[in-house]
Write a protein that binds this ligand. Structure first.
Ligand SMILES: *[C@@H]1O[C@H](CO)[C@@H](O)[C@H](O)[C@H]1NC(C)=O
Ligand SMILES: *[C@@H]1O[C@H](CO)[C@@H](O)[C@H](O)[C@H]1NC(C)=O
Length: 302
């Protein structure tokens, strides 16, 4: 008896029939789906083969290696609670995806009446997030021939934003040598970090600049800002220095003269003050002063 049973089993095992009839087998239309934030997405879990009537269906979310229940005991739980439902047979439909839904999800189906009674399928969901307006920094004015760095940063976008720069509304190519307009410009542009760096600015680089952060979900731009390029010519500097020196000399000479004159004038004045009353009624003056002094002294004595 046992031998014939074993033989039957072997026969069953060797046929596809066994696999198809007595096993639960899952498949998915899309194992790496993506959606934009605040849109809906379905994590497809289809049952290709099953004999059990009402199998147990579970969904788990795996984030940073930690599994947590999303669907268990016929109920959606966790942070998806009011945003997801199950569509027959086992597909999980998220109606309003958020950025924190980016994770791996595992659909698990247990069918006790099947010989192969368990199967699971892993779905990796990516929720794309549109970039917000990037923060841009453009130097206001740069001397001709000096270096300048323009920066652009955006942190919300997922996948991570890439950057483009525009000069007077025209996109700046990654490599200046590819465009006759930018051919002589000395910049390097890093579209990963958003940095546009000139090693030596030219007159033509003085312009309005803005940056765009973009990813698969969309793009956002900062407002245009002006970078001015000003000349520093040597002749001008020498002339300027000469003018300053001459002005300083004039001021010094002026102060000297004024000081000398002022010094003598004040000496004469004090001399006159002494001499004039001394000539006329200097004695009286001195006397009155003496008298006052005496009076004061006397009154003090009294
Ligand atoms: C989706 O969720 C966000 C907040 O998480 C909410 O502001 C928005 O109104 C929701 N959209 C829909 C269509 O429910
Ligand atoms: C670039 O420089 C060369 C030589 O200095 C000049 O002949 C050419 O016109 C310049 N091109 C542009 C686009 O300014």
């Amino acid at each position: 008896m046992a031998i014939t049973r074993l033989a039957w089993l072997l026969i069953l095992l060797s046929t596809h029939c066994y696999v198809n009839v007595l096993a639960v087998i899952l498949k998915s239309n899309e194992q790496a789906p993506w959606t934009n934030e605040f849109e809906s997405i379905e994590l497809s879990c289809l049952i290709e083969s099953i004999t059990t009537n009402s199998p147990r269906i579970e969904w788990k979310k795996i984030q940073n290696g930690e599994p947590s229940y999303v669907y268990f005991d016929r109920k959606v739980s966790g942070d998806l609670e009011n945003r997801a439902r199950i569509r027959e047979p086992a597909t999980l439909v998220i109606t309003n995806a958020t950025r924190s839904d980016t994770a791996d999800y595992r659909c698990e189906v247990t069918a006790p009446n099947d010989i192969k009674s368990f199967d699971e399928i892993l779905i990796s969901l990516v929720v794309r997030v549109k970039p917000v307006m990037p923060k841009c920094s453009v130097p206001k004015s740069v001397p001709f021939g000096k270096s300048a760095e323009l920066r652009c940063v955006e942190d919300e976008g997922f996948p991570k934003s890439q950057y483009q720069w525009f000069r007077n509304k025209e996109e700046i190519p990654d490599d200046p040598k590819t465009s006759p307009k930018f051919f002589n410009s000395t910049y390097t542009l890093n579209s990963e970090t958003g940095t546009l760096r000139f090693s030596a600015v030219r007159k033509e680089d003085g312009a309005q600049y803005y940056c765009r952060a973009k990813n698969d979900a969309g793009h956002a731009e900062c407002g245009p800002q002006t970078m001015e390029v000003y000349d520093i010519n040597i002749a001008g500097i020498i002339l300027g220095v000469l003018v300053v020196v001459v002005v300083l000399l004039c001021i010094t000479v002026g102060i000297c003269c004024a000081y000398k004159r002022g010094y003598f004038a004040s000496q004469k004045q004090t001399g006159n003050n002494y001499k004039v009353p001394a000539k006329g009624d200097g004695v009286d003056y001195v006397r009155t002063e003496d008298e006052g002094d005496f009076r004061h002294k006397s009154s003090f004595v009294i």
